[in-house]
Design a protein around this ligand. Sequence first.
Ligand code: ZN
Ligand code: FE
Length: 254
Amino acid sequence: MAPRVVPVPCLRDNYAYLVHAPGSREALVVDPSEAEPVLAALARESLTLSAVLCTHHHHDHVGGNEGLLAVFPGLTVVASAHDRGRVPCTTRTMNDGDVMTFAGLEARAIAVPGHTLGAVAYVIDDAVFTGDTMFVAGCGRLFEGTPAMMHESLSHKIARLPPETRVYCGHEYTQSNVRFALAVEPDNEALQALAERARAARERGEPTVPSTVAAEIQHNPFLRVAIPHVAARYGAADPVHVLGAMRAEKDDFR
Ligand code: ZN
Ligand code: FE
């Protein structure tokens, strides 16, 4: 059965996610930036915590691990095998394609290098947790990986999940991503509709997650690098080259 996912706003614009099977009181958390908001959300939802899944080693995704472990001493803390030693409190590591069960939920790890070399996304039933690899209408900066890696992770891994897969990303960056995406594709109607939905959601104080894989294919410029009118903007036909040029343009976009 599809899991219930509760976004937990952390720090300035991060999301941690509580995930649990309907009817179960046992939850896992993805990317706890800090412990306190996660503990408050667990209390509010009457859930206990049995596992932490970390998408990558950056502090704004793992900063709460120690505090959560202090409250739940038996906690399983999961990171990609590549991040062994740089995700605090790790108790188990996963490689690309590994499947493990936490809080009664089957989680599959998919390696998605680009933002960092150890970046991993977790697929749990019809939901994917993408960390800083893919955002709604955007992707993460290339801190450690190459454009080729990011292209492979986005277009050949995440975009090939079932179209109805719900996408939960690491940050609320949607509105600034949409501004850039509209500069790339001003006539994209899916993007124009997203701009309106995101504005309305943020005005109500609600998150813009989840998106879906199908929606990202329609409006995320970093998944659209092989489309001729997008590629033409960068004067290149090679999708990897287009992605690199697009990411570099976004780095300086205000
Ligand atoms: Zn990051
Ligand atoms: Fe981050």
